[in-house]
Design a binder for this molecule. Structure first.
Ligand code: HEC
Ligand code: HEC
Length: 390
């Protein structure tokens, strides 16, 4: 992918509160967002109860999976696990609705790592009914739980009387409330050290500065080609993703428990291959491609990549650096730690469509790799200047 800074820095306007003469609309919007928050954190909406959205998207883990003991999340039913690593929900509000960009001739935007939900609203309906996640048998079972929740009456405030009466409509409204919450400032604070640096309110260390330069240099890291790091022309802060799709050639993750799930949940067993965007569209030219994730809060959201192959940020940068110069490992089932020890990389999970133009042999030194990692640590929200000594 080439540069798409324009697109990636779009839509901060969403954060601005619309100036309406009428106060009913802002009040309705506030009620909707509050409702979304209650739904997001309610562990009573799974079957059996016990799992909320926040179980896999925890606030103190950058709204990604807080449990690092597995590369993927556990479902509410024992022994069930996702096939993919739970991404952060932060900054997801800026992903444009899924579409094919005719000028650039590639797919852009959407939710999920394969873009199969066009919008946040569509995405929010998925986890409730996913047998590997919240495992409700149908919409009616979700809506029944919402009708009995302590906040059920709040739906009437947000949507008008009898808001939960019709099951299909009620389910849509649950999704609308969740999406409204996910579009709030809480999911897009822009309060990292790097944001302060861009605003002239913080100084990067010498190492962080070197890392930033390498991150942006097309002849070095070239990271900003897909993870844009500069403000947009309208001054919008960078999102560190252009929301396009790529196959980096990430290996299969031998530690992914999904391979061992019974055939009714994973018919392919150990032969399971995650086709990403190509699977969602049933288009072989897109096989192996996953959405470029934001790198904001990346220090909080290990492990990395769609299958959590990388437990460390450093390992993932080493992979970008020498994927194409190290020998292929003898086995396809080698973990990050063993691959680093054996000085090899396993075969890509999907060999078709691997991007070998923009990554794979960057020629970075060990200390340059450390510099890029140090820079990525400046992307964590909630940064505060050290108190000044008097
Ligand atoms: C069991 C863990 C789990 C639960 C519970 C869960 N999620 Fe997720 N979430 C995931 C995983 C895994 C993915 C990536 C799945 C994929 O790409 O197919 C994901 C993806 C997402 C995304 C897309 C982010 C992006 O960048 O594409 C959003 C938004 C999201 N979840 C919100 C929610 C909401 C809202 C709920 C509650 C209704 C929820 N999640 C419940 C694990 C979970
Ligand atoms: C050609 C586009 C492209 C370039 C160039 C690129 N990335 Fe990525 N990056 C991606 C895609 C796509 C993914 C997700 C791949 C997957 O899940 O299989 C990703 C994932 C990542 C992740 C894991 C994020 C997560 O939440 O799991 C990190 C860290 C990362 N990139 C850092 C970098 C760094 C550092 C550079 C420069 C050395 C770089 N990227 C260059 C496209 C790119």
């Amino acid at each position: 992918m080439l540069k798409h800074t324009l697109l990636a820095s779009a839509a901060v306007a969403i954060l601005a509160v619309p100036a309406l003469a009428d106060t009913a609309e802002p009040r309705r919007q506030a009620a909707l967002e509050r409702l979304g928050q209650l739904l997001f954190f309610d562990p009573g909406l799974s079957s059996p109860p016990g799992q909320s959205c926040a179980t896999c998207h925890a606030a103190d883990a950058g709204f990604a999976e807080p449990d690092r003991s597995l590369p993927v999340s556990r479902g509410v039913l024992p022994g069930r696990t996702d096939s993919r690593n739970a991404p952060t929900v932060m900054y997801a509000q800026f992903s444009p609705a899924f579409h094919f960009d005719k000028n650039e001739e590639h797919y852009v935007g959407g939710q999920f790592l394969d873009g199969r939900a066009a919008t946040l609203e569509e995405q929010a309906k998925g986890p409730f009914l996913n047998p590997l996640e919240m495992a409700n048998p149908n919409k009616a079972s979700v809506v029944e739980k919402v009708r009995r929740a302590p906040y059920a009456a709040d739906f009437d405030t947000a949507f008008g009387p009898a808001a939960l009466t019709d099951t299909d409509q009620a389910f849509e409204r649950v999704a609308q409330a969740l999406a409204a919450f996910e579009r709030t400032r809480q999911f897009a604070p822009f309060t990292s050290k790097y944001d302060a640096y861009l605003a002239g309110k913080a100084k990067l260390t010498a190492q962080e500065k070197r890392g930033l330069r390498l991150f942006e240099d097309e002849k070095k890291g070239n990271c900003a080609a897909c993870h844009p790091s500069q403000r947009g022309p309208d001054g919008a802060p960078p999102l560190f993703t252009d929301f396009t799709y790529d196959n980096l050639g990430v290996p299969r993750n031998p530690d992914n428990p999904f391979y061992k799930l019974p055939p009714e949940l994973n018919p392919a067993g150990e032969r399971f291959v995650d086709l990403g965007l190509g699977g969602a569209l049933n288009k072989r030219a897109e096989d192996g491609k996953f959405k470029v994730p934001t790198l904001r809060n990346i220090a909080l959201t290990a492990p990395y990549m769609h299958n959590g192959y990388f437990r460390t940020l450093r390992g993932s940068v080493v992979f970008y650096n020498d994927r194409d110069t190290k020998p292929r490992c003898a086995s396809d089932w080698v973990s990050e730690a063993d691959a680093l020890k054996q000085q090899c990389w396993p075969a890509p999970e999907v060999t078709a469509n691997v991007n070998d133009e923009e990554l794979g042999k960057l020629g970075l030194s060990d200390s340059e790799i450390d510099d890029i990692v140090a820079f990525m640590h400046t992307l964590t929200d909630g940064w505060k200047p050290a108190p000044r000594r008097r």
